[in-house]
Structures are given as structure tokens and as C-alpha cells.
Ligand binder design. Structure first.
Ligand code: SF4
Ligand code: SF4
Length: 469
């Protein structure tokens, strides 16, 4: 894509997608109710085929705005093409103020915590509130998230976790924006769990992973953030640290999307001693390095490191991906090695666990479900199927044009959750948490909060302090 992207307009790219998916049709049935993008795409396709009315530029613009990069659709190249089109729109006409504001969580957090009193006043006055929502294009039915005054990174710095102690292996923690600014209790719980298991935690300087900017089409900022975080995290990897993340979207971005197509690069092929006539690519699903050998003459036209992130060193992208672990998967590995503390206090409650899209796309199972089952008397039931999505799409659910669509997409999952009627919902995605908070009456927690609390309550039973008592 990259070499001819200057020649292509966003409309060209989207017409290609409509043609490709329109003639394939698989997602017409498969994604028919789970993805607003495909619902619209096949409507345009039918108009084109039955009434020879080609999609207008405005319709294609709207179409692009409907993809939230959940990655549930089967062909990774389709959403990436849509991201390419979005970045071409931004290069053409810049990023709208509202999208820039809502996709930059650290800046939004600084604004909201600095001017919290002013925002309260604005929101308490109906006229001013609607003006604020008009400016930010946030749907009137959506409650604006409130940003705690003390974010996780300030708390971590107060604990000295932003400094590395000499001559000790560390576990480096990439918290991400949601745990960093919106739900700092999630970040604190990760630190508590690691320390309870004897780890020395390091919270390096970090920025947004880049996913919200990718979905909004800001290519330069996406690549900038990805490179900055990658360099920082590779320092930890090369120092021998384990690196964990607690947000499936950050994980999917840094571990899967960023690495996309890097294996096809010359430098990677050289690094695995591939012969001149074959591509050597890791076979998915193997812990140890097992390779597929693909005939180069057959595949060299399609297997290229020419994707969205090809301007970033492919060996660095692979190295980072190899060193990053979902925190749940990391704890399960410790457990399998007999190194995880299992002194959890009993919790006689019934909870429902939802495995978010970006966890499912990493193909690592549902580690937190397994971990939560280690808590005595806790009944934890998985809710949601292969294509169930909360519909929030990061921050898209807040947007005027996407609010109703997000509720429509969420309907099957919300009905299943109501039918399960749990006392508590548990999910690792904080965007899902916002949608569950909007749609359902049940309290919602990240699994690490439930695990950390179970450790604390056990400590309390044996005479220690505990914030829940
Ligand atoms: S995403 Fe893939 S499977 Fe789905 S319609 Fe498009 S080409 Fe077909
Ligand atoms: S990535 Fe998600 S939102 Fe985008 S087209 Fe695929 S299924 Fe739809």
C-alpha cells in the first residue's frame, strides 16, 4: 500500500474495499449485525449493483467513520485499508477538533482534572452543556467520564515506581490511558498483584499506545507514539525485564498490529537465516520458534513489509511483540510454573466475565477467566460469543454519529448479560466497562481489581490492613 498511497485518494481506497468485500460477501452474513461498517458497505453495494448508483464521496466518508478497528472481521487487510483511507482524509483536510480532543485521553484528562470545577459548572447549565457537547460532538445521552484528580502515573511516581532499582530484574508495566487516567485503581491493582508475588515493578514514562489516533486517521501521531513507546519498552526488554500490559487494546496494538507484516521484511528474513528462495515465517500458536517455509517466487508480490507501520524498524517491532505479555497470560504462566501466590480470600459471589474483542484477536484464550476460578467460592461465568461486541469502539460510542449504532451493536451482548443477571461484571477492556456502565445496572471491574482485593482480604483475615474494611 505505502508506495502508491500518494497517488490514491481516500475514495479510491474505499471503493476498492467496497468492491472486494462486495464481491466476496462473506461478512454480509457473518458481520451482518455486529459491524456498522459492513451493514453500510453492503447497502452501498446493493445500490451500486441493482440501481447502478455508485457510492458518493460523502457516503464513502461516512462509511470510513464506521470502522472502529475491532478486528472481528476475518481479513486484517480490510480494516487496515480503512485506516489508510482515514489517514488520507486527515492529510487532505486535517483532523476535526472534536476527534482530536476525544482521541487524546492524556490531554482530556489534564483538561478535565485542571478545570474540573469549570466543567461541572458548564455541565450543570443545560445551555452551556449542549454547547460543550456541540463543540466536542458528544451525544447528549452520554455521560461524560470523570477523571480522578490523581492519575495512576502520579501515584506510581509517589511510590518511586518510575525509577529503576539497581541490579534487580523488574517487571515493566505499560498501563495505557484508561488505567492511567480514567481508572487508576486498575493500574494500582496490577502493581499490588505483582508486589504480592515478589516482583519489583517499573512504570516507565509512557504515552498513549496510538490506537485512538490510528482509528481517527492521524498517521503521523500514531507512528510517533508507537516509536516512542517501542524505544522505551525495548530498553526494558534488553535489560531482561518482563513487560506486561493490562489493556487488551494497547496489547493488540503494540503486540499484534505494530508487528503486522514485519516478518516479510528482508532484515527479518536475514535474521532467521532464510534461504534466498523461501520466506521463513513463525507458525502461529507455537511457544517455541516453529517456522513455515513459503515459496518466495509464489508469494513475493503479496508478502511484503509494506503495511501501515513499515516505516518503523521491523526487527524492533518483532522484538517488542515477542517481549510483551498480556498481564493475565503472564500470571497464568507464573501459575503453571508454581510461582503464583494463590492465597486468595473466599468470595461467595456470582460474576459474569466478558472477553473483549481485542483480547480475542490476540488468540491467547481467556487467562483471567482461569485466574478468577482460583478464588474460592467465586462463581465466574463467561458471557458473550465469538462475535459479540460491546459496540463502544474505544471512544466511538460517545460520538453523536455513532452513539445509536453503538447501542445497536451492543444489543445481543447486553441481552445475554441481562439474562445472566450477575452481581458483578468483570472485563479487561475499559471501553467495554464504559458501555456496560451506560447500558446496565451492574458494577463493572477489571479482573485485576477482583484478584487484588482477594489477596488483600486474605491479608486482612490474617491481621493485615485492607482498604475494603
Ligand atoms: S472482510 Fe474479507 S471475508 Fe469479509 S467480506 Fe471482506 S473480503 Fe470477504
Ligand atoms: S475492524 Fe471491526 S468495525 Fe472495522 S470493519 Fe472489521 S469488524 Fe467492522
Amino acid at each position: 500500500m505505502t508506495e502508491n498511497r500518494q497517488e490514491q485518494s481516500p475514495e479510491d481506497v474505499l471503493r476498492e474495499v467496497v468492491k472486494l468485500c462486495g464481491s466476496c460477501g462473506v461478512c454480509h452474513s457473518m458481520m451482518g449485525t455486529d459491524c456498522a461498517f459492513f451493514i453500510k458497505l453492503f447497502q452501498l453495494r446493493v445500490l451500486e449493483r441493482n440501481e447502478s448508483i455508485p457510492a458518493s464521496d460523502a457516503q464513502l466518508r461516512d462509511l470510513a467513520d464506521l470502522c472502529t478497528l475491532c478486528s472481528l472481521c476475518p481479513c486484517p487487510k480490510i480494516p487496515i485499508k480503512v485506516m489508510e483511507a482515514k489517514s488520507l482524509y486527515v492529510e487532505q483536510s486535517g483532523m476535526p477538533f472534536a476527534s482530536r480532543l476525544i482521541s487524546d485521553v492524556p490531554r482530556l484528562a489534564r483538561l478535565c482534572s485542571t478545570f474540573s470545577r469549570l466543567i461541572e459548572v458548564l455541565q450543570s447549565n443545560h445551555t452551556l452543556d449542549s454547547l460543550l457537547r456541540k463543540a466536542t460532538r458528544i451525544h447528549p445521552d452520554r455521560e461524560l467520564p470523570s477523571f480522578p484528580k490523581k492519575n495512576f502515573f502520579h501515584w506510581a511516581a509517589d511510590k518511586g515506581l518510575d525509577q529503576k532499582s539497581k541490579d534487580k530484574p523488574h517487571v515493566t508495566y505499560f498501563a495505557g490511558c484508561a488505567a492511567g487516567y480514567l481508572f487508576p485503581e486498575v493500574g494500582r491493582s496490577v502493581v499490588e498483584i505483582l508486589q504480592h508475588n515478589g516482583a519489583t515493578v517499573y512504570v516507565p514514562p509512557q504515552q498513549c499506545c496510538g490506537m485512538p489516533l490510528l482509528v481517527e486517521g492521524d498517521r503521523d501521531r500514531t507512528l510517533q507514539l508507537a516509536s516512542a513507546n517501542m524505544q522505551r519498552l525495548l530498553e526494558s526488554a534488553r535489560a531482561g525485564d518482563d513487560i506486561v500490559y493490562s489493556c487488551p487494546t494497547c496489547g493488540f496494538f503494540l503486540k499484534s498490529l505494530l508487528r503486522e507484516r514485519a516478518y516479510y521484511s528482508d532484515s527479518y528474513q536475514k535474521s532467521v537465516d532464510a534461504a534466498d528462495d523461501v520466506f521463513k515465517v513463525p507458525a502461529p500458536g507455537y511457544e517455541e520458534r516453529v517456522f513455515w517455509h513459503l515459496n518466495k517466487s509464489m508469494y513475493q508480490k503479496i508478502l511484503k513489509d509494506d503495511g501501515y507501520f513499515s516505516s518503523i524498524d521491523p526487527l524492533d517491532r518483532v522484538e517488542l511483540s515477542d517481549h510483551l505479555s498480556d498481564f493475565g497470560a503472564y500470571l497464568i504462566r507464573l501459575h503453571r510454573q508454581g510461582r503464583l501466590a494463590t492465597d486468595f480470600a473466599p468470595r461467595p459471589e456470582r460474576m459474569a466475565y466478558f472477553a473483549p474483542c481485542h483480547l480475542r484477536e490476540q488468540k491467547i484464550g481467556r487467562p483471567y477467566l482461569e485466574l478468577l476460578k482460583l478464588i474460592p467460592n467465586l462463581v465466574i461465568e463467561p458471557v458473550g460469543g465469538e462475535f459479540d461486541c460491546c459496540g463502544m469502539g474505544g471512544v466511538f460510542g460517545f460520538k453523536e454519529h455513532f452513539h445509536q449504532k453503538s447501542l445497536y451493536l451492543a444489543t445481543p451482548l447486553m441481552e445475554k448479560m441481562r439474562a445472566a443477571n450477575p452481581r458483578v461484571i468483570v472485563t479487561d477492556c475499559m471501553s467495554c466497562r464504559l458501555q456496560f456502565n451506560h447500558c446496565l445496572p451492574y458494577p463493572v471491574f477489571h479482573p485485576v481489581e477482583v484478584l487484588a482485593r482477594a489477596y488483600q482480604e486474605r491479608k486482612y483475615e490474617s491481621g493485615g490492613s485492607c482498604e475494603y474494611h
